[in-house]
Write a protein that binds this ligand. Structure first.
Ligand code: SF4
Length: 174
């Protein structure tokens, strides 16, 4: 078993991956293994870039690091924009990723009140309610603990996911 090369810092992408399958961020941390960028990933990244003249925002704190697709001012407050090139059956993981960006960003950027998801151009705006933020904070804590443990986190293998999963070569369930 490899040891992690660096202390695991939670990123919003890890939160999204954990919601997809808890083993993926754990494999990344313990095996230093990362799926190579595929053509569809590269296309997706390109298509979700901010409009010309506007840029992504990189925030790093002791808690973690986040790349925010865009931060806009609206109605006297700030809104985190998270763009996705592809729809997902599990939309909530996109919400969790955007809220995790907020958890990192709020330490340095005041006034963020909402997150906006743009999935294949369709927008939905979500208020950062106390319950939603607390739920994602709990998820982040579970993820932080899982990344530090030598024992893989529990996961339910699902043939629909596992068959095409790049991480299955490292996966204790396969
Ligand atoms: S093979 Fe299945 S259980 Fe293993 S990491 Fe991939 S999705 Fe998760």
């Amino acid at each position: 078993m490899y040891k992690p090369t660096a202390p695991a810092r939670v990123t919003p992408t890890l939160v999204k991956q954990y919601s997809y399958c808890p083993l993926i961020p754990w494999i990344q941390a313990w095996f230093c293994a990362y799926e190579p960028t595929t053509d569809s990933m590269a296309l997706g990244k390109e298509s979700t870039k901010p409009p010309e003249g506007r840029g992504q925002v990189y925030v790093s704190t002791v808690r973690g690091a986040a790349v925010i697709d865009e931060l806009v001012e609206e109605g006297g407050c700030r809104v985190i924009v998270e763009r996705k090139a592809y729809r997902s059956h599990n939309y909530s993981r996109y919400v969790e990723q955007a809220v995790a960006s907020y958890l990192v960003a709020r330490e340095k950027i005041p006034g963020i009140r909402r997150v906006r998801l743009e999935v294949q151009g369709r927008q939905s705006t979500i208020e950062l309610s106390g319950d939603l933020v607390e739920d994602v904070e709990s998820l982040v804590k579970v993820l932080e603990k899982a990344l530090k443990s030598e024992k893989p986190p529990p996961a339910k293998p699902d043939p629909k996911k596992c068959t095409s999963c790049w991480y299955k070569r490292y996966c204790p369930h396969n």
